[in-house]
Design a protein around this ligand. Structure first.
Ligand SMILES: C[S@@+](CC[C@H](N)C(=O)[O-])C[C@H]1O[C@@H](n2cnc3c(N)ncnc32)[C@H](O)[C@@H]1O
Length: 211
C-alpha cells in the first residue's frame, strides 16, 4: 500500500465509521489508564495527542491537569471529539501528523494511540520524526501488541485484519518497532503490555544531540 492509498483508506474508513468508534471504547479503557500513568504527565504540562480520533486519550490526559491538543485528519472523528461535554476540554484541530504545524519542542509530551499500525512504515517514520521534533520530554505510543513467535504470525494477521480492518497487519506483525523508534531518534525507555496482551505501550525519550 502506498502513502496515497493509505490516506484514502484512512479518510474513507474513519469519516464513515466515526459514529460507531466509541462503541468499542470499553476495550481500550484499561490501556488508556496505563498510557496516562506511563506518560507521567504533571498538571500544567502541555501534551499533543497525534491522530487523536474521538479524543478519548486526549481527554484522559486533560483530566490530569495537562493542557492537551489533539490533532487528526478525519473531520468526522474530530467532530465526535468536539461534541463531548467534558471539562477540562482539549483543543481539537484538523492537522496531518506528517506535517505538524507546531514549533520545535513546543510540547512536554506527545502521544499517539492505535494509528501507526494503519500506516506504511515510511509514513510511520515521518510521523515519529515529527513527534520527536515537537516533544521535549517524552513520546508515548500505544499500538497493537504482536506475538514474537513467527509460528503465530499468520493466525494473528488473519484475526487482526478481521477485527481491525487494517490492510497492513502482515507488515505490522513482522516490524521491529523498537528499531522504527530508534530510526526516529526516539530511545525506548519502557514497554508495557496492556488489556490482556492486545495493546503495547512504548515509552520513549527524544534523543537530543549535545549543542
Ligand atoms: C484507530 S483511530 C485511533 C484514534 C485514537 N487515537 C484512539 O486511540 O482511539 C486512528 C486515527 O488516526 C487518524 N490518522 C491516520 N492517519 C493520520 C494522519 N496522517 N494525520 C492525522 N491523523 C491520522 C485517523 O483519522 C483516525 O482518527
Amino acid at each position: 500500500m502506498t502513502s496515497r492509498d493509505y490516506r484514502h483508506h484512512v479518510l474513507h474508513h474513519y469519516n464513515h465509521f466515526a459514529k460507531y468508534y466509541d462503541f468499542t471504547e470499553f476495550i481500550r479503557r484499561d490501556t488508556r489508564h496505563w498510557a496516562v500513568a506511563l506518560s507521567d504527565v504533571k498538571p500544567g504540562e502541555s501534551v499533543l495527542d497525534v491522530c487523536t480520533g474521538t479524543g478519548e486519550l486526549a481527554i484522559a490526559l486533560a483530566r490530569r491537569g495537562a493542557h492537551v491538543t489533539g490533532v487528526d485528519i478525519s473531520t468526522s472523528m474530530l467532530a465526535r471529539a468536539a461534541l463531548k461535554l467534558v471539562t477540562p476540554k482539549p483543543t481539537f484541530l484538523e492537522m496531518d501528523a506528517v506535517a505538524l504545524e507546531f514549533h520545535d519542542q513546543s510540547f512536554d509530551i506527545s502521544t499517539i494511540s492505535l494509528a501507526l499500525h494503519h500506516m506504511p512504515e515510511d509514513v510511520q517514520q515521518r510521523v515519529l520524526a515529527e513527534m520527536w521534533r515537537v516533544s521535549r520530554r517524552k513520546v508515548v505510543i500505544v499500538e497493537p501488541h504482536t506475538p514474537r513467535n513467527p509460528l503465530f504470525w499468520k493466525g494473528w494477521t488473519v484475526f487482526a485484519n478481521w477485527i481491525d480492518e487494517s490492510e497492513l497487519m502482515y507488515e505490522w506483525v513482522r516490524q521491529d518497532f523498537t528499531r522504527t523508534c530508534q530510526l526516529a531518534e526516539l530511545d525506548v525507555e519502557r514497554t508495557q503490555i496492556a488489556t490482556l496482551g492486545i495493546h503495547r505501550i512504548t515509552v520513549c525519550r527524544p534523543r537530543r544531540r549535545a549543542a
